[in-house]
Design a protein around this ligand. Sequence first.
Ligand code: 5GP
Length: 190
Amino acid sequence: MKLLRDRILRDGKCYPGGILKVDKFINHQMDPSLMKACAVELIRRFASTEVNKILTIEASGIAPAIMMGFLLDLPVVFAKKKKPSTMDDMLSTRVFSFTKQREYHVVISKEYLTPKDKVIFIDDFLAYGNAAKGIIDLCHQSGAEIVGMGFIIEKAFQRGREVIEKQGIRVESLAIVDSLDNCQIKLRNE
Ligand code: 5GP
């Protein structure tokens, strides 16, 4: 998606350890017009699928997910990284965070993820696929079907796509980073 690629090259910053900072338009300050354009493109790519819910994980997946849910008139559910004291009946899994270098629990209420659900999972980044693996586990536990997974930015060199596709799940990403070596952002042209 050219608009997104241009923005990453203009405003993205590369950090050691293979981290791309996009705080100016996705992760801190947000650009709603760009988010809408991303949602429209993801909807176009998943147009042939049957879906009744958008699933994401807090916090940075929520913005693109809610744009998609709004445009498709579908509910949006986000997996929580902390168990609320008021949540009794829940599904739980563990996810390793590569940016924070620690493991955390992710929970979702059984009320909002059920065998009736056909979901698209949306997140800001695909890196090693750990968050995606956690979501796949939650969906297996609940009996929900994963129709596909969509990401704003995929860091191809961290190979998360392989983890997801091995499970037979379709992956779409709007910008693919091939390398952040020497703190240079190399984007795939497509
Ligand atoms: P994964 O679980 O695929 O290894 O990593 C994806 C998650 O880690 C995303 O939810 C995202 O929040 C975070 N993440 C991974 N890599 C980056 C990065 O380069 N920049 C930012 N801002 N977040 C990242």
